[in-house]
Design a binder for this molecule. Structure first.
Ligand code: FMN
Length: 189
């Protein structure tokens, strides 16, 4: 099973990097699978630690794909990488081994510290729709116009029925990106 999370890492200059990633668990290891090239991959290979942030603020997922990176962070306990301040929970992890792959290596990490910060209040369909739209935005170049429009129409139902302000804001950022892309497609035809 894949869990969509926010991975925080640091580069060699100490700057924090925030990226949405789909992780899975294998035995008691977290497996992070970045597509090459990836800043998360580079940072993890150099510094060997990261934080997995379990976050229900979908603006962070949409923001990382649309240029909104200013999310508040705070110091973690056992690794020198900050965690997202608003995460519901987080795991501090250390790189143990790598399964090499030309396209998408798998980074197997052990958990050195786990913490809960806020209760999980239940599933929200608009949050799922924003995640789906964020993934669609990350693949825009490869998708035909008809598929983009079909998926948008379906995902919009959950937004109209169940979104709160955070989900509307995230949706708006992604829609700006999609509208720009569809406009370019039209101009190029
Ligand atoms: C929900 C979601 C899940 C994602 N999962 C992955 C993933 O597992 N691996 C990956 O390389 N990129 C994934 N992406 C795309 C990256 O977040 C995005 O391309 C990122 O900027 C690239 O990673 P980097 O910042 O480490 O270079 C995902 C995006 C979203 C919205």
């Amino acid at each position: 099973m894949i869990h969509e999370v926010i991975v925080t890492t640091r580069n060699s200059a100490g700057q924090v990097h925030i990226a949405p990633m789909g992780i899975h668990w294998r035995d008691n290891r977290v497996v992070i699978s970045p597509f090459k090239p990836s800043t998360t991959l580079e940072n993890l290979l150099k510094r060997r630690d990261a934080v997995i942030n379990y976050c229900d603020d979908v603006r962070v997922f949409a923001g990382c794909l649309t240029g909104h990176y200013e999310w508040p962070v705070q110091q973690a306990l056992k690794v020198d990488v900050p965690r997202l301040q608003d995460a519901l929970a987080h795991s501090e992890v250390r790189l143990e081994s790598i399964e090499e792959d030309e396209l998408r290596p798998r980074l197997l990490c052990s958990v050195v510290h786990d913490a809960n910060h806020r209760p999980f209040r239940g599933f929200n369909r608009a949050q799922a729709a924003v995640l789906e739209l964020a993934i669609l935005v990350s693949r825009l170049e490869r998708l035909p116009r008809s598929k983009i429009q079909r998926e948008l129409a379906y995902l919009r139902i959950a937004i109209d029925k169940t979104a709160g302000t955070r989900e509307h804001e995230a949706w708006g950022w992604l829609m700006d990106r999609i509208d720009g892309h569809l406009g370019q497609m039209e101009a190029g035809q």
